[in-house]
Design a protein around this ligand. Structure first.
Ligand code: 5GP
Length: 115
């Protein structure tokens, strides 16, 4: 996988406002927040797109991503009123950074359908 801005954040070569870190997961505030709480949750391993995920092989990692999202949502105080988790994939999905990431958005009422 090509090196991305997120690889540099994982290696601490560029700063980020990190809210959670484990051996396998990193979560940090989005530099251009679309909601009062906007956090990116990423696996440290180099997966670019959701299409690279194998459900059986990657089940533990996916579980960790969701566990992290729920833990952070609680810490940020958005678990009671609800929040949105978004994973963009590829051009049509609006993915700008080719390193798998889950957006955790909350703190306001979300609209549907998305743009
Ligand atoms: P995507 O469009 O790929 O789903 O989302 C990429 C997200 O990464 C965008 O919301 C964008 O604001 C965020 N982003 C891009 N560069 C940086 C950066 O250097 N630091 C942080 N914290 N977020 C970034």
């Amino acid at each position: 996988m090509a090196d991305t801005i997120f690889s540099k954040i994982i290696r601490k070569e560029i700063p980020a406002d990190i809210v959670f870190e484990s051996d396998t997961i990193l979560a940090f505030r989005d530099i251009n927040p679309m909601a009062p709480v906007h956090i990116l949750i990423i696996p440290k391993q180099p997966i670019a797109y959701t299409t690279e995920i194998d459900g059986k092989r990657d089940a533990p990692l996916l579980g960790e991503l969701f566990d992290a999202a729920n833990k952070i949502a609680k810490e940020q105080g958005i678990d009671k009123n609800g929040f949105r988790l978004v994973i963009n994939c590829g051009d049509n999905g609006g993915q700008e950074v080719p390193h798998l990431h889950m957006h955790l958005l909350g703190g306001r009422k979300m609209k549907w359908p998305p743009g």
